[in-house]
Design a protein around this ligand. Structure first.
Ligand code: PLP
Length: 355
């Protein structure tokens, strides 16, 4: 099976496992795990932030960031298709008691003007706006890369109004490789950063929250409170160090593979895709013209040996390239997708009632 369902399906390579086997470890709850400490320093240095905290998942990093930046009853500005909204089980409401003010972005990207307009007036009827969150790259925006001036504009506007800023950089290194711009520049001016190890970087577990020392000090308490404080976590942190040393520059292969997949998909006249919009490793396309619903298309594709997902819309499909899928498999998958689309249209035409 060619699994294009997510960049999280990768398995640790032999070399990564070897690095994990020999990692020096200690009790991370006491901050005594040397490998965890080394990873935290490596990521804070990469992002140009004062400190970083190793966590089990990017969801936990996002939710802890929100908890640190807000009080119950506050409002957070987010994009309506962001992970906070679609995929964190209502965490902002449940864990932080915050309202989400959802902006409508273009491919997940919104403007400083939208932030300005979204900030609540100082009025007892309104929840106080406290934080602005962006997602780099934007998952449901199609793996789109926020341009630097858009990121900066949002951060500056937020600061001008005394708001905190959070950047969900679960796929930050995809943005770095696609743009050729240093990670520090992407996150400059943001108070906290989620940095995930399990997406394109090929690790089995882990994410970090980076930011100012005071933000991370507060985050460490919530890590414990949320049950994320681990013991000899160096065994998994070692995978992160290995990934940062070996698996970053190769993301350009995933991006080239995604572009090739998009071209093959575009060869089917009844599949709708914007090839130019494929900037990183996520490929979204619409199957409405095949006459199938997204989930039907997913099921029929699975029967042909290709796995994709359909959760972003009734006829929208997502395919993701990653470490564990080769150029050859991408070529094969692209052809199978195009063939299924063509044959689906023909069988729909055959079964349509005569007029
Ligand atoms: C943009 C974004 N943020 C956060 C997450 C959460 O990552 P995890 O499921 O590993 O906690 C994901 C997961 O796909 C994501 O795409």
């Amino acid at each position: 099976m060619i699994d294009l369902s997510s960049d999280t399906v990768t398995r640790p390579s032999k070399a990564m496992l070897a690095a994990m086997m020999v990692a020096p470890v200690g009790d991370d709850q006491r901050q005594e795990d040397p490998t965890v400490n080394a990873l935290q320093e490596k990521v804070s240095d990469l992002l140009g932030k004062e400190a970083a905290l190793f966590l089990p998942s990017a969801t936990m990093a996002n939710e802890i960031a929100l908890k640190v930046h807000t009080h119950p009853g506050d409002e957070a500005i987010v994009e309506r298709s962001s992970h906070f909204v679609t995929s964190e089980a209502g965490g902002p409401a449940f864990l932080s008691g915050v309202m989400l003010h959802m902006l409508e972005g273009k491919r997940g990207i919104f403007t400083a003007q939208q932030v300005e307009a979204g900030i609540r007036r100082d009025d007892p009827h309104c929840p106080p706006t406290r934080v602005v969150c962006v997602e780099q790259t934007s998952n449901r925006g199609g793996g789109s890369v926020w341009p630097l001036d858009a990121l900066r504009g949002v951060a500056e506007t937020a600061r001008k109004h005394g708001l905190r800023t959070h950047l969900d950089g679960s796929r930050l290194m995809n943005a770095v490789i696609a743009s050729g711009i240093d990670a520090r520049e992407h996150v400059r001016g943001y108070d906290s950063i989620t940095f995930c190890l399990t997406k394109g970087l090929g690790c089995p577990i882990g994410a970090l929250l980076a930011g100012h020392r005071e933000v991370i000090r507060a985050a460490r308490r919530y890590k414990h409170l949320f049950g994320g404080a681990m013991r000899q976590a160096g065994i998994i942190a070692a995978a992160g160090i290995y990934a940062l040393d070996h698996n970053v520059t190769r993301l350009k292969d995933d991006h080239a593979n995604a572009k090739r997949l998009a071209e093959l998909i575009a060869s089917a006249s009844n599949l709708n895709i914007d090839v130019a919009a494929v900037e990183t490793n996520l490929v979204y396309f619409d199957v409405a013209q095949t006459g199938l619903l997204g989930q039907e298309f997913v099921n029929q594709l699975l029967a042909r040996g290709v796995r994709v997902t359909s959760s972003a819309g009734p006829t929208l499909i997502r395919a993701v390239t990653h470490f564990d899928v080769s150029r050859c498999e991408v070529e094969r998958a692209g052809r199978i997708i195009a063939e299924l689309a063509q044959s689906a249209s023909q069988s729909v035409a055959r079964t349509a009632p005569a007029r």
